[in-house]
Design a protein around this ligand. Structure first.
Ligand code: ZN
Length: 617
């Protein structure tokens, strides 16, 4: 009976495992756009031709576009949400509600055709819903021709004109953009606050505007000899035509296209060894000149570190542009505020987004922790190395923010749509800090060597795709040989906490017994470091049975591997192979990578004092 069952199981399971590996698909776009910007009215006319490939197994009767600029109008969902949050973003507050007609943003659709035929469409705030003239079958493609008129809003958040540092145009989320359709269906989210998800594809963009403006953005400029402004090869004679200039940028295999324009940009270039050419665009003033010059070699080192530890940057250029507000990531470029004393912090963060999410394009609306958190993690390590800071303290701030959120009672599960958190604080800490700790704590669980191997494997397996949380954890499972689904679910889908304690140490003749207690609901493997009075150390490693194995030895301290701790048991007793009188101290997770919410009960120092106490009482 058993043998028959096994045979049947194999027959049934093998094909479905094979399918799970081979069913990944993603849609594809090819945009050709030409926009004419009128700098006196801040309005622009756009012609967009979009070849859309339906690589899904489904027939599509509708498609959806994002019209992000429509959010910058009084009464929009972004406006109402901001005015109703308990802790609104200080940059938005009620500013949208006060915009005048010539200050709002909009994208008006003038005409839309599918394969030459008019389609019917409906604009619902920031979403354009299109009923197709002809349904798109699986593997079919259609050409959408769209004419639109836009008005650039006064800068509120990310996009806009005339921001507080005086940059003329931050042109992000500026064109009608096809929403993503993937294994979860359409992601036609209204633009309420943050995060974006895009379709992979190519962009060929022409921008015509007043020749005094310098444009920086996604892609590579195709006509540098007609433009100049530092884009031309040194020594080339630039021949600009009379009248407005038309800039032509091409970007291949990206998920978005952003640009910025200002008449006063200085354009510097630095080369990353075996990496991209970095372009810096900023208004050179007393405030910016020195910080930006100092930042340039740091940016080179940041890219070098990320190339080594997280995968090779996939393009040959990257632009760091003074623009918008705060900082925001786009393919092949970022827009950051430029007047701070240390722009390198934001630069490092936004540049790291080139890995997470501009190459590993997870759905950042649903899993912001994979985007912001992974970026926070990798940029903190890269910036520490680039500036000579102690890399051991890279993630201290993330743990601090998490512990403080736990104490506030405001924590929510990290894996939910970014716009639906109850407070900005809960979103911010979940996305950035809890996301970063997810990785640092994973290092603790699977060991540092497995971790960095896994990060490279993740990049090489999933770059230029849309990895979901399970795709990430599967790569880490394959790399470490350990079962990790429990960790993904506990850390991202719940607010359960890790809290372990040393509760009792007792004399057992030649041995010492240590009672450990799991106080929190979140089970973890335990590193128990024992320091002896003779100065030597031993690490008692207690795996957790859900891991189905254990991590390899880290560092030089000898490891004593104990029986795994079955997670349902609240207590566990460790037998130390030496007398109690020989022990100086013991500590749970001296690396501090485990996010234990109460560390007071993690350590015992004996010294000459007689044991024993129960620190939980
Ligand atoms: Zn970010």
């Amino acid at each position: 009976m058993k043998q028959i069952f096994t045979a049947l199981t194999l027959v049934v399971l093998l094909p479905s495992f094979a399918n799970a590996q081979n069913t990944y698909w993603q849609q594809r776009v090819e945009y050709t756009m030409h926009v004419n910007m009128d700098v006196s009215t801040h309005q622009f006319d756009g012609d967009q031709k979009l070849v859309y490939y339906n690589n899904s197994p489904d027939t599509l009767n509708k498609v959806y576009y994002h019209l992000y600029f429509n959010a910058f109008q009084p009464g929009s969902m972004m406006d109402v949400r901001s005015r109703n949050l308990p802790d609104p973003d200080g940059r938005v507050r009620d500013r949208i509600s006060k915009l005048k007609d010539n200050e709002i943003g909009y994208q008006h659709i003038l005409s839309l055709k599918q394969d030459g035929k008019d389609v019917s469409y409906k604009v619902n705030e920031t979403i354009l819903e299109v009923t197709l003239a002809k349904p798109m079958l699986p593997k079919a493609k259609s050409v959408f021709e769209l004419k639109f008129k836009g008005q650039v809003p006064i800068q509120i958040r990310r996009s806009g004109r005339d921001n507080r540092e005086g940059i003329s145009y931050s042109m992000t989320q500026w064109y009608p953009k096809m929403a993503e359709y993937d294994f979860q269906g359409w992601h036609a989210y209204q633009y309420v606050a943050r995060e974006f998800h895009g379709v992979w594809g190519d962009f060929d963009v022409k921008i015509t505007m007043d020749p005094k403006y310098i444009i920086a953005g996604t892609g590579k400029l195709q006509n540098p000899d007609k433009i100049g402004y530092g884009y031309e090869k040194p020594g080339t004679t630039v021949s600009r035509p009379a009248g407005n200039l038309t800039w032509n940028f091409v970007a291949k295999n990206v998920i978005d296209f952003a640009w910025a324009a200002d008449p006063d940009y200085t354009h510097d270039i630095a080369q990353v060894p075996n990496g991209p050419e970095l372009h810096f665009f900023y208004q050179k003033t007393e405030k910016t000149a020195e910080p930006w010059k100092n930042m340039e070699p740091i940016a080179v080192k940041v890219f070098q570190h990320l190339n080594t530890y997280f995968g090779k940057y996939p393009f040959d250029t990257y632009s760091i542009i003074q623009g918008g507000d705060g900082g925001m990531e786009y393919p092949m470029c970022t827009l950051i505020l430029g007047e701070g004393q240390h722009p390198e912090g934001v630069m490092a963060h936004e540049s790291t987004h080139s890995w997470f999410n501009m190459a590993l394009a997870s759905n950042e609306s649903l899993h912001a922790w994979m985007d912001e958190g992974f970026t926070d993690f990798a940029s903190a390590e890269a910036l520490a190395v680039a500036t000579g800071a102690d890399p051991k303290t890279s993630h201290t701030g993330s743990y601090g923010a998490y512990y403080s959120l736990v104490a506030s009672g405001l924590q929510e599960p990290a894996d939910q749509h970014s716009d639906h958190f109850t407070t900005n604080r809960a979103y911010g800490t979940a996305a950035y800090s809890i996301g970063a700790i997810f990785l640092e704590q994973l290092k603790y669980i699977i060991g540092e060597e497995n971790f960095y191997k896994g990060m490279l494997r993740y990049y090489n397996t999933w770059k230029m795709k849309h990895p979901a949380p399970n795709d990430f954890i599967r790569v880490m499972e394959k790399t470490s040989g350990l079962q990790l689904g429990w960790y993904l679910r506990y850390w991202t889908a719940t607010t359960k906490r890790v809290d372990y304690a040393i509760t009792l140490v007792s004399d057992a003749g030649a041995n010492t017994l240590v009672d450990l207690k799991r106080i929190g609901e979140f089970p973890m493997p335990i590193d128990l470091m024992v320091t002896y009075k003779d100065g030597s150390k031993e690490l008692y490693y207690i795996s957790m049975n859900e891991l189905v194995g254990g991590k390899p030895k880290e560092g030089s301290v000898p490891v004593v591997v104990c029986e795994a701790w079955p997670w349902v048991y609240p207590t566990y007793t460790v037998k130390i192979n030496r007398k109690l009188s020989e022990i100086e101290s013991m500590e749970i997770d001296p690396s501090q990578r485990m996010a234990d919410v109460d560390k007071k009960n993690n350590k015992m120092v004996f010294g000459d004092r007689a044991p024993f106490t129960d620190p939980t009482k």
